[in-house]
Design a protein around this ligand. Sequence first.
Ligand SMILES: NC(=O)c1ccc[n+]([C@@H]2O[C@H](COP(=O)([O-])OP(=O)(O)OC[C@H]3O[C@@H](n4cnc5c(N)ncnc54)[C@H](OP(=O)(O)O)[C@@H]3O)[C@@H](O)[C@H]2O)c1
Length: 294
Amino acid sequence: MNVLITGASGLLGGRIAEQAESRGDLVFSGYLTHQPAFGYPTRMDIANMQSVSEAFRRARPDLVFHTAAITGVDRCERDRDLALQVNVEGTRSVAQAARDSGSYLVFLSSDYVFDGSRGLYKEEDARNPINFLGKTKALAEDAVKSSGARHLIVRTSFIFGSRASRAEENFALWAIRKLRSHAPFKVVVDQFITPTYDWNLVRMLFEAADRGIEGTLHLAGATRVSKYDFAFSIAKSFGLDWELMIPTSMGDVGWAARRPVDSSLDTSRARAILVNKPMELSESLRRLREEMRE
Ligand SMILES: NC(=O)c1ccc[n+]([C@@H]2O[C@H](COP(=O)([O-])OP(=O)(O)OC[C@H]3O[C@@H](n4cnc5c(N)ncnc54)[C@H](OP(=O)(O)O)[C@@H]3O)[C@@H](O)[C@H]2O)c1
C-alpha cells in the first residue's frame, strides 16, 4: 500500500513512518525542513497547494496520515497568520488532494478544540477552543469534513515517547532530563490531560486506518492526570527523585496562550471498537522504560 505521511519529521509522523516501513508499505515521508529518518523523504510545504499536489502526484497514496502542523501552542498564539496558513489552509489543501486522488485521509486533530471546563470529552461534545492552536484545529476539522475526502478525524492528547521531535522534547523526556539533573523544577498541578504513549497511538491509528473507520475518534491514553501527577508517575516509574518537583499553577507560568484546564479525552469509543486499546498510564510508562533501556 502507498502511504503518504505529512509531518514525517515530527514526533508522531516519524513513528508512523517507522511503523509503515516495518509493515512493508511504500512510505512517502513528507517534511518541510528536517529530513525524516524513515520512508522516502518527500519535501512538501502544505501551505503551498502546488507543493501538495506534486507530493500526491509522486506518492499516489492509498492512505494519508496528515500530522503536519504548527504545534507550538504559544507559537500559534503569536504567529496567527502562519498558524492559519499551515494548520487550516494546509489541511484544506491536503484534504482536497486526498479527495481528488481517492485516498483515505487520517487527520490528526487535538484535545485543544475543547475549552477544558469539564474534561473527559466525547467525540460528539461541543467544541469551544480557548487558544489559537485549538481554533485552527477546529477550523481544520471543518475543512476535512467538507472536503468530500473519505476521512477519519483523530483527536489526541499530550503525546510522549522515547524520541524527541526535531523541534522539541516531549514532556516525558523533559521530565526525565529535569529529574536526572538533580535540580528543582516547576510542574503545573492544575492542568489535566490524557497522556498518550506514541507507540500505543500508532498501533491504534493503523488499526483504524486498516479498517477504514470514518468520522471522528478520540485516540489517547486511558488515564486522566494532572501534569504534576504525570511527572510524578514518571519519577516513580524511572526510580527518580520526585521531591525535586515544585507544584505550581498555570497562572504562575506566564505562557502566551491560555491552556484548557481539563482537556482530557474520553476514549470509550476506541476502547469499544478497537482491538488495540488506549493504554493505562502505568503500562505506557512501563513500556517506555523498557524501550529506553533497549
Ligand atoms: N504532540 C502532542 O502532544 C499532540 C497533542 C494533540 C494533537 N497533536 C497533533 O498531532 C500532530 C503531530 O504532532 P507532533 O507533536 O508529532 O508534531 P511535531 O513533532 O511538532 O511536528 C510537526 C511536523 O509538521 C511539519 N510541518 C510544519 N510546517 C509544515 C509545512 N508548512 N509543510 C509541511 N510540513 C510542515 C514539521 O516539518 P519539519 O520539521 O520538517 O519542518 C514537522 O514534521 C499535529 O497535527 C498535532 O497538532 C499533537
